[in-house]
Ligand binder design. Structure first.
Ligand SMILES: Cc1ncc(COP(=O)(O)O)c(C=O)c1O
Length: 437
């Protein structure tokens, strides 16, 4: 009998360290949609997926001159290690920036971080043990969910509506968690121009959320990178403006200046601030001196408020283009939020459609978005997607929405013929999720 010769063993590329990683790395998984995004970044694809600030309007020439001046005049400081808490002059300027949102703060209580992303990490590091509960909006910022997962927190989502987080839902969730003996470490909230939901917490609700936090003795982590990017009015009052002992406020220069600087900050009650500085020192020794001095010179020497105004106008034009295109082109049964600032629209597909299952077909049709499931810790959100309008031109946005609408129409035809996708479940957060195991 003839036999197939034994095949040489194929070299596998399995990770030989797999047995040695810490348990917490199990939560660190690459996004399932990362592979698709390499296709989505091709020029023929209209990407409504990325949330990159549109820095095309930055005056790079004068920034170049600033860099030269900085190196000539303060090079020795800019190239050196600095304070773990951040440069004192910048911390004072940060207090001036926060005053625009009604916050009266002392520079001693500010910790400069490597973007506000690092501030989310440091706060979680000092507060959360594995299994501790963090309450987040449903949906929530994917980068924060990644941090909470890395520290093995249990995320409990609480429903939002067009006015932001629903106080009644928050009350219910806290009561249920308390009844089951769960330790809630903090509420993570994005009150302004939410990423990804596009909504903002209404002013009356801000007081109510603070009252609930006091009643239930819960710390609030207020993440506010988009606060100065509102389209129609002056900045909204921060939660931190009315509560200094129970709120850790996070800010960033990524959206108002440039994300490449990687400068953000945390404003915290005094004792928490001390722990944050220790955590910062063990994480990076100090935030980058060069970036801090750059931001400091930018705030002192340039018309930075004028630049923020220019950003607001640029994003408002794109928001308008997206809303008009959605209104003109989307099939019946599709709904979306109307952002008053920031970068994002949250779109809900007609019943029976699944945004994740649809993504490969959308990319084939040369349009990309982020499926809603990326913004939930518990696998829900499949009927939704995040659309970003910050980067493409208004014309490209309209073209992207036109392509997306055509894909949705095709999906609707399929659903009509074959029935709904089995994945297309939409969770109701009316009942808080306490299934934390
Ligand atoms: C809600 C939210 N928080 C934090 C960040 C992190 O921003 P950075 O680290 O650039 O300050 C982002 C970035 O998109 C964000 O959308």
């Amino acid at each position: 009998m003839e036999q197939q010769p034994a095949r040489p063993r194929r070299e596998t590329r399995l990770d030989t360290y797999v047995e040695r990683y810490a348990a917490r790395t199990r939560g660190m998984t690459a996004s399932e949609i990362r592979a698709l995004f390499s296709v989505a970044s091709r020029p023929e694809v209209v990407s409504l997926a990325g949330g990159m600030p549109n820095i095309s309007g930055l005056p790079l020439d004068s920034i170049g001159e600033m860099v030269q001046e900085l190196v000539a005049e303060q090079g020795a400081v800019a190239m050196q290690y600095g304070s773990g808490q951040g440069a004192p002059e910048l911390r004072e300027q940060i207090c001036d920036v926060m005053r625009l949102e009604g916050i009266d703060a002392h520079p001693d209580d500010v910790v400069v971080t490597v973007g506000s992303q690092q501030a989310v990490d440091l706060v979680t590091r000092i507060f959360c043990d594995p299994g501790d509960v963090v309450i987040c909006e449903a949906p929530s910022y994917v980068g924060a969910l990644g941090v909470f997962r890395a520290y093995e927190c249990d995320v409990v989502h609480v429903e939002m509506d067009d006015d932001g987080l629903r106080p009644a839902a928050l009350r219910d969730a806290l009561a249920t968690l308390e009844a089951s003996g769960k330790r809630v470490k903090f509420l993570y909230t994005i009150p302004n121009f939410h990423n990804p939901a596009g909504v903002s917490l209404s002013l009356p609700r801000r007081q109510e959320i603070l009252d609930i936090a006091r009643e239930h003795d819960v710390l609030v982590l207020e993440d506010n990178p988009y606060g100065l990017l509102g389209f129609d009015e002056s900045p909204r009052r921060a939660l931190r403006a009315d509560e200094s002992e129970r709120v850790v406020y996070l800010g960033s220069f990524s959206k108002t200046f440039a994300p490449g600087m990687r400068v953000g900050w945390a404003l915290a009650p005094h004792a928490v601030r001390e722990k944050l500085v220790l955590a910062q020192e063990s994480s990076t020794l100090c935030p980058p001196s060069f970036s801090q001095l750059m931001i400091s010179s930018y705030l002192a020497g340039q018309d930075w408020m004028g630049q923020v105004k220019a950003f607001r106008e640029l994003y408002r034009e794109r928001r308008d283009a997206m809303l008009a295109a959605l209104h003109d082109l989307m099939p019946t049964g599709t709904t979306w939020t109307v952002p008053e600032g920031g970068f994002y629209v949250w779109l809900t597909l007609p019943p029976g459609l699944d945004a994740k299952a649809m993504l490969p077909r959308a990319v084939t049709a040369r349009v990309a978005y982020v499926p809603g499931t990326a913004f939930y810790a518990d696998g829900y959100g499949s009927q939704c997607m995040r659309l970003s309008y910050c980067y493409p031109t208004p014309e490209r946005i309209r073209e992207g929405v036109r392509r997306l609408a055509a894909v949705i129409e095709e999906e609707l035809d399929l659903v009509e013929t074959f029935g709904p996708s089995t994945h297309a479940l939409q969770r109701s957060y009316d009942t808080p999720n306490t299934d934390l195991t």
